[in-house]
Design a protein around this ligand. Structure first.
Ligand code: G4P
Ligand code: NA
Ligand code: NA
Length: 194
């Protein structure tokens, strides 16, 4: 998506070897106009898939997921990473390992908000190693919900996430695909026909 690529080139900073900082429109300050465009792009691509619900993980997946939900007319559920006062049992849980931080976190969704009737679109801000998506897939399987596809804002194509999820047969739409960071400059995957 041209608009997103331009924004990444304008406002993104490459940190070290493999991290992109996008704090001024996605991960800290949020640009609602851009988020709505991203949400609409997910909704257009997955429009005919009979999606009943969008699933994401707090925190940074929520903004694009909400705009996709608005456009598709379906509710959005975010998996929680932290223990909640009011959400204590009746949960689907999965462990998410972070290669970046070398930590494992539990994510949880209330059984009230996901069922075997649901056909789910998974959305997240970044796809790196695919651990967050794998946790959401695990939770969908526990609920016997089916998965329509995966929408990602920024994919780092040089990490293993896409490959592993595609190998499991998932349809992935990534709005920006980063091939590499070369001398601190973001290089995008050249898409056919674009
Ligand atoms: P994975 O799910 O693809 O395996 O990701 P990984 O463990 O490598 O990353 C852990 C966290 O870092 C996730 O966010 C993920 O979205 C984010 N992340 C991964 N690569 C990048 C990057 O290049 N830039 C930025 N800005 N984030 C990246 P999180 O901890 O769940 O954060 P949040 O959603 O609460 O903001
Ligand atoms: Na993040
Ligand atoms: Na995230």
């Amino acid at each position: 998506m041209k608009l997103l690529e331009e924004r990444i080139l304008k406002d993104g900073t490459v940190l070290g070897k493999d991290v992109l900082k996008v704090d001024n429109f996605l991960n800290h300050q949020i640009d609602p106009v851009l988020m709505q465009e991203l949400g609409n792009a997910f909704a257009d691509y997955f429009a005919d898939r009979n999606i009943t619900k969008i699933l994401t993980v707090e925190t940074s997946g929520i903004a694009p997921a909400v705009f996709a939900g608005l456009a598709l007319g379906v509710p959005v559920v975010f998996a929680r990473k932290h223990k909640s006062l009011t959400l204590t049992d009746n949960l689907y849980c999965a462990s998410v390992y972070s290669f970046t931080k070398n930590t494992t976190n539990e994510i949880a969704i209330s059984k009230n908000f996901l069922s075997s009737e649901d056909h789910v679109l998974l959305i997240d801000d970044f796809l790196a190693n695919g651990q967050a998506a794998t946790g959401l897939i695990d939770i969908c399987q526990q609920a016997e919900a089916s998965i329509a596809g995966i929408g990602i804002v920024i994919e780092k194509s040089f990490q293993r996430g896409r490959q592993e999820l595609e190998a499991q047969g998932f349809d992935i739409l990534s709005l920006a695909r980063i091939r590499a960071f070369e001398n601190g400059i973001v290089q995008f995957v050249e898409e056919e026909g674009s």
